[in-house]
Ligand binder design. Sequence first.
Ligand code: ARG
Length: 460
Amino acid sequence: MQDQHAWSGRFSEPVSELVKKYTASVGFDYRLAEFDIEGSLAHAAMLGRAGVLSADDLAAIRRGMAEIVEEIRAGRFEWRLDLEDVHMNIERRLTDKIGDAGKRLHTGRSRNDQVATDIRLWLRAQIDTIAGLIGELKGSLLDLAEQHADTVMPGFTHLQVAQPVTFGHHLLAYVEMLSRDAERMADCRRRVNRLPLGAAALAGTTFPIDRHYTAELLGFDGVCHNSLDAVSDRDFAIEFTAAASLLMVHLSRLSEELILWMSPRVGFIDIADRFCTGSSIMPQKKNPDVPELVRGKSGRVVGHLVSLVTLMKAQPLAYNKDNQEDKEPLFDTVDTLIDTLRIYADMMRGITVKPEAMRAAVLQGFATATDLADYLVKKGLPFRDSHEVVALAVRHAEGQGVDLAELPLAVLQGFSALIGDDVYAVLSPEGSLAQRDHVGGTAPARVRAEIGRHRAQQGA
Ligand code: ARG
């Protein structure tokens, strides 16, 4: 005999096979199973305390759920498509095991507040994992930045050599981005961490529930204060995916740089072989596949953000089945982010830096031209005039095929009589760096101070 659905009493014919498949979510929401059980146990405990469930029923539910958890962990649980979703699968299994007590579990609850609770519990755990992984990646960037607090490289604007910076300073820019990403995750977690249970289908329930007690059992910071909102909005998932998108965009930018730096035309770094692949036809190739994929996968996560926002856009209050579509984008966002963060922390430890190539690029690009202009300003020349003087000097040096620092004093003095032999201290990349000695500047001492500040915050 065809198994009856939890709601089939009202219907005169079963749904078609196609509809069954189309509407089922168990193929993906099985991932919520342990959180579903955790939520059910808290709900049951609350009902027990309120006198809605007997002590015997509560004990039976706990025993049955413990067995189900074991079955799931051992891969012995049989997920049934005809039971639609993770919630009905678990409830049915519980009822098979313990009888009527299993059917009483759903008192004062609906799948609508149940699923909203499950997703929040699941997402909260994922955010905690992600926070730890961001910390690890920051740690590996800080280690590399420390090794290269003095390493000169060209800083770019418009991808043209602009001014010298240290490689450590450059890496710290990404540490800053990741720090904000971690803040966004922590902030988002506060809004994820509220309890929908008790909203029931949409209007609350007639049973004497204690939502604060359920919230406390589940470690929520508070309850959702409107039942219609609690079961219907997925803004917390959208917010998380937005934070995840920004994080992926930051890693995509770093990836783009790694790819560029590893190109033989630039040659600033090498990436360990275990993160690269070869070509099946060109024996000389070593391709930076991992950063390329990170760059590619950032598009995928941004796509999930667009999916979720669009999913929410036209939904009237309260719950609609549309919301079942929240899971796959959210799950894939988390999976992609976690894998990416893990691989990235390891990859940054496998980078070989080539300081000679970085320094040579600084010297080729007249990177200290601004330093010469600042030098002349300090000697009394208005900035616009000194800009002009230096532009002429650069043009001359370019014609000679030499750097500014290689022009003899007499030649430099031909552009401005204000130039003295102390000019060479500012024309060297190291001189240029040392002078940018303020909070946020690239002077090696400042870079070391920032590394210390980040480390102290991470330790805290
Ligand atoms: N599988 C559903 C979801 O993911 C659970 C809630 C279904 N509720 C309902 N009344 N059909 O959203």
